[in-house]
Design a protein around this ligand. Structure first.
Ligand SMILES: Cc1ncc(COP(=O)(O)O)c(C=O)c1O
Length: 387
């Protein structure tokens, strides 16, 4: 029978304890969600600033819905590029000090577009070992040669760069999605710029959260367009909406507009979503208290977790993984927490390397101190049982 691999792959996945399924969230509010009629504390969300479910953004959404159409009705080069898109692009370009911004329906599509389009004639791609699937997939599906440097190792990147004469794209993340640690970008960009290579930074988890006004890793580290010519971030995390953008110089912008198949052959993002995203970005800029509260919550979590003897990773960001190791134990620990009203996601291979399964705990600005205390108590209780 053809497609016999479908059943075989599913059976193998089930046997390895790695089978995936979705959970229906019936209702959610900042920091909490309801499934199967039961409310849980939510420590699995990327809504780092607590905006997605905030009454404030909800009421802005209602007024945007009265002013903007829900759909753009066409791809951007046909008739889908509307006022709401230009306003969002211009705001981002101006805030970030970049020539241009292009909008995409998701961060996954944005990464595919940049990487596949710029590497369509081959060349070399150097990627951090822990780069997100959206970057690695794009890198693997084109004619360019992909090499991966050791995680956050600017020295190793430098050695690989020394050997390159080709067009070379270097890619990494501002904040790593499963580890929460940050790239040593200042060191990396010097080497990348010296070698004449292009730097692509995926700041999905830093944008909105880091920097004085929430412009992310480039703002926190003072890296302008000449240092990081390609900046990608998604709206689906701290911004609390959906879609993504790429900020870039005029020439690269023109190139993507002319050759970027993910941009050209896809419906422009919803104008309603673009307008709402702009409003959310303005809230992020002015509501520094959200970032401050997130920082306070991260520090509180780390202090309590240390006191409870939990082995935390190096992360200083909202992503605070608890490395467990075995798949079975990680799943058991997540289940233990759920039974006690705390929703945590067990992250298993292939999302993370074998032997490094973990609970990906995410702290947000929406959490109350008492909720963080409850989280640590539950996780420490479950962790101790498995020792
Ligand atoms: C590092 C990173 N890049 C890109 C993406 C994709 O973004 P989006 O969810 O908007 O497709 C994600 C989200 O899962 C991510 O974590």
């Amino acid at each position: 029978m053809s497609f016999a691999f479908v059943a075989a792959d599913l059976t193998a996945r089930r046997a390895a304890g790695l089978y995936r399924h979705r959970h229906l969230v019936e209702e959610a509010e900042p920091g909490r969600l309801r499934l199967d009629g039961r409310w849980y504390l939510n420590f699995s969300s990327n809504d780092y600033l607590g905006l997605a479910y905030s009454p404030e953004l909800q009421s802005v959404a209602e007024s945007c819905a009265r002013q903007h159409p829900s759909g753009s009705g066409a791809s951007p080069l046909v008739t889908g590029h509307l006022q709401a898109h230009t306003q969002l692009e211009d705001y981002l370009a101006q805030q970030l000090g970049r020539d241009r911004v292009l909008l995409f329906s998701s961060g996954f599509a944005a990464n595919q577009a940049v990487i596949q389009t710029l590497m369509r004639h081959g060349g070399r791609i150097l990627a951090d070992k822990l780069s997100h699937a959206s970057m690695l997939d794009a890198a693997q599906h084109g004619p360019a040669r992909l090499q991966r440097f050791r995680h956050n190792d600017a020295g190793h990147l430098g050695q690989l760069l020394d050997k390159t004469k080709d067009d070379c794209l270097v890619m990494t993340e501002g904040v790593f999605s499963m580890d929460g640690d940050q790239a040593p970008l200042a060191k990396m960009v010097l080497r990348v710029n010296d070698a004449g290579a292009l730097m692509l930074l995926d700041d999905a988890h830093g944008f909105g959260v880091l920097g004085n006004t929430g412009l992310g890793t480039v703002q926190a580290m003072g890296l302008d367009q000449s240092r990081v010519p390609l900046l990608m971030a998604t709206f689906g995390k701290a911004v609390g909406t959906s879609g993504a953008f790429v900020a870039l110089n005029e020439t690269l912008y023109e190139y993507l507009l002319n050759f970027g198949r993910h941009y050209i052959y896809s419906t422009a993002i919803s104008p309603l979503m673009a307008a709402l995203t702009l409003k959310s970005l303005q809230l992020i800029e002015t509501q520094g208290w959200r970032r401050q509260r997130l920082q306070d919550n991260i520090q509180l979590f780390r202090r309590l977790a240390n006191q409870a003897g939990l082995p935390l990773m190096e992360s200083q960001t909202a992503i605070q993984p608890l490395l467990v190791g075995s798949v079975t134990r990680t799943v058991q620990l997540a289940e233990y927490a759920r039974q006690r009203g705390v929703w945590l996601t067990a992250i298993r291979p292939p999302t993370v390397p074998p032997g490094s399964s973990r609970l990906r705990i995410t702290v947000t600005a929406a959490h109350e101190q008492a909720q963080i205390k409850a989280l640590v108590k539950v996780v420490a209780g479950g962790y101790a049982l498995g020792q």
